[in-house]
Design a protein around this ligand. Structure first.
Ligand SMILES: Cc1ncc(CO)c(N)n1
Length: 215
């Protein structure tokens, strides 16, 4: 069986909980509080900066030139999204924000996978960022009730065809890396994938709560 088939099976429950989260529900209905969405975007721009660096770092460790090129493209596209987020949503509130505990948790985790684990485990750790967002984007597109959703731009970014191709590529690279891996390594890849998927839930939840530092 493909590594990715088992990977998705392992996060099915987490994915369901993401779809049921009020942040996603409110995003879908268009009724999400603007403040919560802005909080999310601010944290996400911090997240995307680190995510892009990690993608470039993974590229530097990949032997296959096609895989390397794909990750360099992912990194470059991520910088574009990071910059677009700044321009379109946050132009009136340029103030510097610090990462929330959950944002720091997630970015630290992917940096740790890059610095202290194998490239396979680093690739598996960033895969939920692609795959879950794609699934969530598609889900919202398919179940949207209103036409004038103020968050349509966001929804189209992740539900669109361009992102779908990147996601397919990321999944297939993980599968190819897993084919050459020992059972032990494949397990570690699943562990990283599951952990990062939990952090996707945590990230949305922290935005919904506008999570700050308790001390
Ligand atoms: C937290 C998070 N995960 C994944 C994506 C999609 O790349 C994103 N923008 N933010």
């Amino acid at each position: 069986m493909k590594w990715s088939v088992e990977a998705w099976r392992r996060i099915e429950g987490i994915y369901t909980q993401i779809l049921e989260h009020p942040f996603i529900n409110d995003l879908m209905s268009g009724e999400l509080e603007r403040e919560k969405f802005n909080f999310y975007l601010q944290q996400d721009s911090l997240y995307l900066a680190e995510f892009g660096k990690v993608l470039a770092g993974i590229a530097g460790k990949l032997e296959d030139s096609e895989h390397r090129k794909a990750f360099l493209d992912f990194a470059s596209d991520t910088v574009s999204v990071e910059q677009a987020v700044h321009q379109f949503y946050l132009s009136d509130q340029k103030k510097k924000t610090t990462a929330s505990p959950s944002c720091l948790l997630y970015t630290s985790f992917i940096h740790k996978q890059l610095a202290a684990a194998s490239v396979l485990e680093a690739a598996a750790a960033v895969l939920p960022c692609f795959w879950i967002y794609k699934k969530v984007g598609d889900y919202i597109l398919a179940n949207q009730s209103k036409e004038d959703n103020p968050y349509q731009n966001w929804i189209d970014t992740y539900g669109g065809e361009e992102f779908a191709q990147a996601v397919e590529k990321a999944i297939s690279i993980c599968d190819k890396l897993a084919v050459q891996a020992s059972i032990e390594k494949r397990k570690k890849m699943w562990d990283a994938f599951v952990k990062a998927s939990k952090m996707e839930w945590i990230f949305w939840d922290s935005a919904y709560k506008k999570e700050g530092w308790p001390v």
